[in-house]
Design a protein. Structure first.
Length: 196
């Protein structure tokens, strides 16, 4: 790989719209988009003991093991052209996964750029309470968007992911984006931040 390949890591609590912003950035820059949540959901659809364990953890608002995410991220890199960069959503999620990120960054001479879409707990809960899927013509709240699970997910996010942001700020680059306005406004903030 060429040197100084930009790797954009998009973070934010549940309901911050981080996945939407990661997708928009991927489209804008025409580089692959790694969505850890989607990759995990695809993984748990397979019929294996490992998939069953991961599915159970996800339903309970727990983070899955680092080994699984490492494998999914490595497989993604092997099957996509990441020579011009990559946008990653949901990785790394904790300090242990940062070790993998640091290894890869040194190995490929990446330019790591963190983007934290910041919203309050109150806004996160309000947004998630309105999120639903349509199943058989009926509106259904996703199992991991139930209030008790949301509370747990926000706690896990703070405990596991906020130290990652501190690490990025110290060793790489971190931009904090106000996730409160409209999708378009947040996207503008993102582009302004990365174009500096």
């Amino acid at each position: 790989m060429n040197s100084n390949i930009p790797v954009y890591l998009v973070f934010g609590p549940q309901g911050s719209g981080k996945s939407t912003q990661a997708e928009l950035l991927s489209e804008k820059l025409s580089i692959p988009y790694f969505d850890a949540g989607n990759e995990l959901r695809r993984f748990v659809e397979t019929d294996s003991d490992e998939a069953n364990i991961v599915r159970s953890k996800m339903q309970n608002g727990q983070l899955v093991s680092n080994d699984i995410l490492r494998r999914l991220f490595s497989q993604f890199m092997e099957t996509h052209n990441c020579s011009n960069g990559i946008v990653a959503d949901g990785f790394p999620r904790n300090i242990t996964q940062v070790e993998l990120l640091t290894e890869l960054a040194e190995q490929h001479r990446w330019q790591v750029i963190g983007l934290f879409i910041d919203i309050s707990d109150e806004i996160a809960k309000e947004r998630l309470s309105k999120r639903f899927s349509v199943v058989d013509g009926k509106k259904v709240v996703r199992s991991d968007d139930q209030p008790a699970i949301v509370e747990k997910r926000l706690q896990v996010f703070k405990r596991e992911t906020l130290p990652v942001l501190e690490y990025l700020k110290q060793h790489f680059t971190l931009h904090v984006i106000d996730g409160t306005p409209s999708i378009e406004e947040v996207h503008k903030q993102v582009l302004t931040a990365i174009n500096g």
